[in-house]
Write a protein that binds this ligand. Structure first.
Ligand SMILES: NC(=O)C1=CN([C@@H]2O[C@H](COP(=O)(O)OP(=O)(O)OC[C@H]3O[C@@H](n4cnc5c(N)ncnc54)[C@H](OP(=O)(O)O)[C@@H]3O)[C@@H](O)[C@H]2O)[C@@H](O)CC1
Ligand SMILES: Nc1ncnc2c1ncn2[C@@H]1O[C@H](COP(=O)(O)OP(=O)(O)O)[C@@H](O)[C@H]1O
Ligand SMILES: [K+]
Length: 451
């Protein structure tokens, strides 16, 4: 963001002009929700506070009764200019009052814990029943990591300025932001470290398609039969032409269309027509399970590694394997286990996923309410999915969808993005308190909505 702003300024746009765009753009939203009711703006000492004075002046000109509370005087030239342009009263103390409160205490410049008067204001805001708007990011939050550095009220609306910051898609703050809107600043593109996943457009099989061209997914089963069956069901409904379960057990509950192959796993996986392999759900963690994981990886096919298999992965297991074809799908606990196995240390989810990708070359889909994908190219964030996805087996469904998408085109990051969207859409269609089986059986209806 700083680089983008610098590039805009090098190209002749002043910081003041950028602040005016930001403040006026945000004021437009504030006006729409305040609709003439009283507003209070909390201003910090930096340029986030500067935005606040611009918003306050814009509302004042529209005829609002605006109060401004600023515990400290502005500390930057541009914020001082914004302060001097505001024609209303500024108080250094007081409580946030009014139907709408606009929080401009800190933006991406927050560098340490919020304390004293600032923390007091955020606490008062948290307990107030006003409509709460955060400008750029909620003020008690580190904008690159989403880490809380101070009180975090539940906002009704967060207005990101110029571009999304990473915190907009990371827990815990993501859940406290209310609706999110982007105020455009028309900044020049200045490199990109992360992006928000765009809704994918999927297509029906071409006219001359056949089952193998749509993709043959091999799901490697282990000791527990239920989980891989969920993955198979999801893979069939996510567009794969053919799904085979590689298992040494009998599966009386398996659907008729699922082909089960027993005996030599390595030999079965050497079938050239197999276009992706999924290993992990229900695999177990025994030596035998480890052997099955190695067979899956040694097949050289694009591979999705999930669940139990994530506890078996280490440097030895991936030695000599083309890791650019592997997708791992850890939840928080599995991510911690992977980091331990690969000697990765980082104090937040995004950095853990990034470092794990750097060390191993694998594509990392770090799951949870704030799912992140790190693979080739920039990190990818997603809008939140239904919280009903927090049900046992939901990850098995996701893994099956990824395997199906991977079988279709072989691109790990693209497969993860498509799968997360399908998973979220299947959850939306399934309503409340669905089972993982119901989720899996909604995947084809979800797919239809992306055609
Ligand atoms: N640049 C641009 O072109 C544009 C930027 N824009 C806006 O600027 C925002 C970024 O502004 P910013 O960089 O001035 O930082 P900001 O978030 O206001 O805070 C820094 C100030 O807070 C202070 N401070 C920090 N932590 C503290 C603590 N715990 N407790 C107390 N104080 C603390 C810190 O003091 P210091 O650390 O220097 O002692 C400094 O004074 C951005 O989010 C967007 O809203 C838009 O207008 C578009 C154009
Ligand atoms: N609160 C939540 N909001 C949105 N998605 C969630 C939430 N909790 C879990 N999920 C999603 O549900 C899935 C759960 O996967 P996982 O933890 O592996 O479950 P399981 O091992 O039981 O299948 C993941 O895709 C995760 O992103
Ligand atoms: K803020």
């Amino acid at each position: 963001m700083r680089a983008a702003e610098r590039a805009a300024m090098d190209a002749g746009t002043s910081e003041w002009e950028l602040m005016l765009r930001a403040g006026e753009g945000a004021a437009h939203y504030v006006h729409r929700v305040a609709a003439g009711r009283g507003a209070c703006v909390l201003c910090g000492p930096g340029n986030n506070g500067g935005d606040g004075y611009v918003i306050a002046e814009s509302l004042r000109r529209r005829g609002y009764a605006v109060s401004v509370i600023a515990p400290l005087e502005p500390a930057t030239d541009t914020a001082r200019k914004a302060r001097s342009e505001f024609r209303g009263e500024v108080a250094s103390d007081g409580s946030p009052e009014g139907a709408v409160v606009v929080d401009c205490l800190f933006g991406y410049g927050l560098a340490r814990r919020v304390e004293g008067k600032f923390a007091g204001l955020l606490e008062e805001l948290a307990s107030s029943d006003c409509f709460k708007i955060a400008i750029d990011v909620p003020s008690g939050v580190e904008s690159d990591t989403g880490k809380a550095l101070g009180p975090l009220p539940d906002y009704d609306l967060t207005l990101a300025l110029g571009a999304w910051k990473q915190a907009h898609f990371l827990m815990p703050v993501m859940a406290a932001m209310g609706s999110k809107r982007l105020v455009p600043l028309n900044l020049p593109h200045a490199g990109r470290v992360a992006r928000l996943s765009a809704r994918p457009r999927l297509s029906a099989p071409p006219k001359d398609s056949h089952k193998y061209r749509r993709g043959l997914v091999a799901v490697v089963a282990g000791d527990m039969p239920g989980a891989p069956l969920l993955s198979c069901e999801a893979a069939m409904r996510a567009g794969a032409g053919y799904v085979k379960l590689m298992s040494d057990h009998s599966h009386p509950d398996a659907p008729a269309e699922l082909v089960i192959e027993q005996a030599d796993l390595s030999e079965n996986l050497s079938d050239e027509r197999i276009s992706s392999v999924l290993v992990g759900p229900g695999l177990g963690r025994s030596d035998e399970a480890r052997g099955r994981l190695c067979a899956a990886l040694e097949s050289g096919k694009p591979c999705v590694v999930d669940a139990d298999a994530l506890h078996l992965l280490d440097h030895d297991v991936i030695e000599g394997v083309d890791t650019s074809r592997i997708v791992v799908t850890p939840h928080e606990g599995e991510l911690a286990a992977l980091c331990k196995s690969f000697d990765v240390e980082a104090d937040n989810k995004l950095d853990r996923a990034r470092k794990l990708h750097d060390v191993t070359g694998m594509t990392i889909l770090a799951k949870g309410p704030d799912t992140i994908c790190v693979g080739e190219g920039s990190a990818v964030f997603f809008d939140a999915g239904s919280s009903w996805l927090s049900v046992a087996g939901s990850g098995d469904v996701l893994a099956g969808i990824i395997a199906a998408r991977l079988a279709g085109h072989g691109e790990p990051v693209r497969a993860c993005e498509e799968a997360v969207w399908l998973h979220h859409e299947a959850a939306r269609l399934s309503g409340a308190a669905f089972t993982a089986g119901e989720l899996a059986s909604s995947v084809n209806r979800a797919l239809e909505n992306f055609l």
